[in-house]
Write a protein of this length. Structure first.
Ligand code: HEC
Length: 113
């Protein structure tokens, strides 16, 4: 074998810049929009499994699971404007990447950070 494919594979799984960027964007959105009500992002992420986050922040429906959850809860009223906005629908996929990255069953060790 002339080319170290295994190395490339490991690197792309671990440190793919695009994925890193998405996780980072999601984390930034979380800090800006969610932390005031929910506290630390990694703790929040670890409170659910990947499957649950994929359901709440589904790419196809632009995260409507999570927005409906908040829009239907009087206690979350201060977040309604955000969850009903284009900004939320745009960052839903980044939020998903961040949550899945640190989900309870992600087994993730932040090796590349
Ligand atoms: C204005 C405050 C507020 C903001 C901002 C807010 N939330 Fe919430 N959130 C709530 C409330 C209230 C509930 C429902 C009651 C509860 O379980 O805490 C809730 C519920 C949730 C749940 C379900 C919890 C469970 O146990 O199933 C998740 C997940 C969640 N929020 C994530 C987020 C994320 C991600 C953001 C940022 C995009 C966000 N929230 C922004 C107030 C907020």
């Amino acid at each position: 074998m002339k080319f170290p494919f295994a190395l490339v594979l490991v690197l792309s799984l671990c440190c793919l810049p695009a994925l890193e960027a998405a996780v980072y964007k999601g984390q930034k959105a979380y800090v800006k929009k969610c932390r005031k009500c929910h506290g630390g992002g990694q703790k929040m992420a670890a409170s659910k499994r990947m499957k649950d986050w994929n359901k709440l922040l589904n790419k196809k429906n632009k995260g409507s699971g999570l927005s409906e959850l908040h829009l239907g809860d009087e206690k979350a009223k201060a977040s309604w404007k955000y969850f009903d906005s284009k900004a939320y629908r745009k960052s839903a996929k980044h939020l998903r990447d961040f949550m899945v990255e640190y989900a309870d069953d992600s087994g993730n060790v932040p090796a590349c950070n």
